[in-house]
Structures are given as structure tokens and as C-alpha cells.
Design a protein around this ligand. Structure first.
Ligand code: MG
Length: 370
């Protein structure tokens, strides 16, 4: 089997409501930026990274796919995923200009498309190709009810309705002011009762003294984890925070490499690893992080950067994955949507990685790639 064509694409798909915000980002659309890879066997694969639907930077990614990475893949056997991962990651000219950032996001899209082809060619859902399912059910937690842009009333109503829908875990955003966030956290805990896991996410906004002050008061509300309390790359700060208070720390959605995760593990700076196949160089690199977490006896909760399409396969197949984030923005744009029933992700049944867009999504959300 040989790769015959690589076609980049950009889809901008709307978020729930007209706009959402966390402590550092405000967005109206999610960017699904990636490539379709065609082969001489008639099998095509789709892979994508996730963005904030900012067309100029999305077009940097599609340009990288088209002009830098595609020439390295044309004519290759797409099923040689590990060898092709090395070919893209170790290309001397490309690693000189970017061992992280645009080149990695481009690589992420292509690596996932290769896995999609490999699984489709084998006639298996990706989780089966990765070694088979290690669990009967995969617990979902809902983030889409917890944005900072929601009023207190909207937040409470959303939290209660998520629990009524069967979710046993939710996550709310923090990082506005300590007083407002503590008030909202206490109110949500009261509303959902003691049996639902309640995580919080700061999106890297606060400094260490603010986090220490917040954590002292937040601990009484049984916080499942505090995600990205500090700036993404601050290993020392997270290590200090992990030692200084009782709430477990989660992070990783902004880390590009397995080496970056290694440093956090080594320094005892995280309790939950949150790698993302759309941020790192695809599933191939994320699998390494899951293996690392397993070695440290720490759990993985993949980030929903791809809105769970690929991560649901990963989390069914890797023993370190304990729970998976649910954000439904783009799910209906795919031929096999990531579906939650009774608080658990349904195990995918179609061959591939779940990344094939529907013709309607293709028609409706496409933007120009240059
Ligand atoms: Mg997050």
C-alpha cells in the first residue's frame, strides 16, 4: 500500500451556545485542522489537530502539512506508522525550525491519519488494533457545563442536569478571582452532592501564592483534581504546589513532548497526566506518555483536544487511562460520533480512528487552507 495524495483541510465548528470562556481563552468555534491521506488501495485516512479557529494560524499548520511534511510521506506505506513518525520527527531541516509548535501540530494530524488508515485497512476499530480493550466501560466527565463565561445560575443548572443525564464526574473552570471561584465551587458541590467527582481547571492563569491560597480553602469541597493551576511549563512551581497542599494536580494538555512529561513525573509535579494526540506528535507520542504514567503508577485522563474522537480508542486500549473528558462541540461532524450513554463512552465499532468527517460537516464548516 502506498500514499498517493495528502490534502490538508480546515473546518471551523461552533461551540455550545455562541461563545465560551475559560481563564485565558474566549472562543466561538473549534478548529479542526488536518489532512486526508489517500492510498493506492482505496483506503483514506483522516487526522486533525485542534485549534481556536484562528484562520491565519490554522493556515500555517495546513501549509506545514502541504509543503513540509507531505513530501516526506508520499509514496510511503502508511501502515509503517512508527517508522514514519521518526521520519517526520527527526527530519533535520524541520527539527531545526520547530521541535514544538506548528510542526508538531501538523505532525499530530498526519500521525492520527496514518493510524486511521492502518486500522481501516485491518478492518478494526483503532482500540482493537492497539491491543484490544482493557476495560468494559470508560467513565466520562463533563466539562461543557463549567465555563467561566456562565453565570452562577447557568453553572448550577448545567451541573445538576449533567448529573441527571448520568455523568458521575464534572469539571468547572476557575482562574477568575479566588473569591468568585470559591463561591461557585462550594455552590456546585452543594448542588451535586458528595458522590459526583468534581474537578477544577485553572488553564495556567494563576501564580503560586494565589494557588496556595485558593487550595487551602478549596480542599474542603473534595476536589478531584486541580488542572493546570500554574503556567504550563513550570515544573518547579507544580512540584512545590503538589507537596504543599492536598488537592491532586493534573496537567499536560499544553505539553508537546514525552520528554516534557518525563520531567514532571520525575519531579513529582503531577498526579494525573493529560496528554493530547492533537497537541503532541499524534497517538504515537501520547502512547509513550501513557506507558510512562503506567510506570510511575499514575493515572491518565486524556485531554479532549480532539473532542474525544481518538482518545476514546486510546482510553479503551491503554490501562493507565482512567477517565475521559467529554466536550460535544464537534462530535456530530463525524461518521461515528463519540457517544456517552449513562455517563460512559460507548466503545466504537467502526473500523478506523473515528476521525472521518460527515459529508455535511465537510460542506458546512470548510474554510480555505491558504
Ligand atoms: Mg484543561
Amino acid at each position: 500500500m502506498k500514499i498517493t495524495a495528502i490534502s490538508p483541510f480546515i473546518l471551523h465548528m461552533p461551540v455550545t451556545g455562541s461563545q465560551i470562556a475559560d481563564s485565558t481563552h474566549t472562543l466561538s468555534h473549534w478548529g479542526v485542522v488536518g489532512a486526508k491521506i489517500d492510498t493506492d488501495a482505496g483506503v483514506s485516512g483522516y487526522g486533525f489537530t485542534g485549534t481556536h479557529a484562528h484562520l491565519p494560524s490554522d493556515q500555517l499548520i495546513t501549509r506545514c502539512i502541504e509543503t513540509c511534511h507531505a513530501p516526506l510521506l508520499l509514496g510511503e506505506d502508511p501502515r509503517d506508522v512508527q517508522r514514519l513518525w521518526l521520519k517526520l520527527a527527526r527530519d533535520p531541516a524541520l527539527q531545526w525550525v520547530g521541535r514544538a509548535g506548528i510542526t508538531t501540530l501538523s505532525h499530530a494530524a498526519l500521525d492520527v491519519a496514518l493510524w486511521d488508515i492502518k486500522a481501516k485497512a485491518a478492518g478494526m476499530p483503532l482500540w482493537q488494533l492497539l491491543g484490544g480493550a482493557v476495560r468494559e466501560r470508560l467513565r466520562a466527565y463533563n466539562t461543557d457545563i463549567g465555563w467561566l463565561s456562565l453565570s452562577d445560575d447557568q453553572l448550577l443548572a448545567g451541573a445538576v442536569s449533567a448529573v441527571e443525564d448520568g455523568f458521575t464526574g464534572i469539571k468547572i473552570k476557575v482562574g477568575s478571582s479566588v473569591e468568585r471561584d470559591l463561591r461557585r465551587l462550594a455552590a456546585v458541590r452543594r448542588a451535586i452532592g458528595p458522590d459526583v467527582t468534581l474537578a477544577i481547571d485553572g488553564n495556567g492563569k494563576w501564580d503560586l501564592p494565589t494557588c496556595l491560597r485558593f487550595c487551602r480553602a478549596a480542599a474542603e469541597h473534595d476536589v478531584f483534581w486541580f488542572e493546570e493551576p500554574l503556567w504550563y511549563d513550570d515544573v518547579k512551581g507544580h512540584a512545590f504546589l503538589a507537596r504543599s497542599q492536598a488537592i491532586p494536580l493534573a496537567l499536560g494538555e499544553q505539553l508537546y513532548t514525552a520528554e516534557a512529561f518525563a520531567e514532571f513525573f520525575q519531579q513529582g509535579a503531577l498526579h494525573w497526566a493529560q496528554p493530547d494526540v492533537t497537541r503532541m506528535a499524534g497517538l504515537t507520542e501520547v502512547w509513550r506518555v501513557c506507558e510512562m504514567a503506567q510506570g510511575w503508577r499514575l493515572p491518565v485522563a486524556p485531554h479532549a483536544g480532539d473532542m474525544s474522537q481518538v482518545h476514546v480508542h486510546l482510553a479503551y486500549a491503554h490501562p493507565a487511562c482512567a477517565v475521559l473528558e467529554y466536550i460535544p462541540w464537534i462530535r456530530d461532524g463525524f461518521t461515528e460520533p463519540a457517544e456517552v450513554v449513562d455517563g460512559h463512552f460507548r466503545r466504537p465499532g467502526q473500523p478506523g480512528a473515528g476521525t472521518t468527517p460527515t459529508p455535511q460537516a465537510w460542506e458546512r464548516y470548510r474554510r480555505p487552507t491558504n
